[in-house]
Design a protein around this ligand. Structure first.
Ligand SMILES: [Zn+2]
Length: 126
């Protein structure tokens, strides 16, 4: 079977599951040109012809990401409000810049511990 009959892994493009039996909406209609519909957080295609050819509308699905079992060992999907990734990036950038005037060991070390927890939480290596 052609790989196009499969939903592919969003990390490695390997086959994940057979999707030709899913009820993709084919053809151009209000239904399948009405956003949002995203794959892995990317913006919807704006070209109706691409939508027609790709048959990318699937019931009420608004966005999805798929990861194969091998890539799931090193990657994960995250569902978050739109815009929160930008906010998170700003928080990380600010926390990485934390340098404080020395007041005493406890004060200074507390802030450094906080910074290290932020780094650890977001998987930032030194
Ligand atoms: Zn994969």
């Amino acid at each position: 079977m052609a790989s196009s009959d499969y939903r592919l892994c969003d990390v490695c493009d390997g086959k994940v599951f057979y999707d030709s039996n899913l009820n993709y909406e084919n053809g151009i209609s209000t239904w399948n040109t009405n956003p949002p519909f995203r794959i892995t957080g990317e913006e919807q295609f704006n070209d109706p012809e691409i939508l027609h050819k790709a048959g990318t509308r699937l019931d009420s699905l608004g966005d999805w990401a798929v990861i194969c079992t091998e890539c799931a060992k090193t990657h994960k999907t995250i569902v978050e409000p739109i815009g929160s990734a930008k906010t998170t990036k700003l928080i990380i950038e600010e926390c990485l810049q934390i340098t404080l005037d020395y007041k005493n060991d406890d004060h200074y070390n507390g802030w450094m511990d906080f910074r290290d927890e932020i780094r650890k939480h977001f998987g930032i290596e030194d």
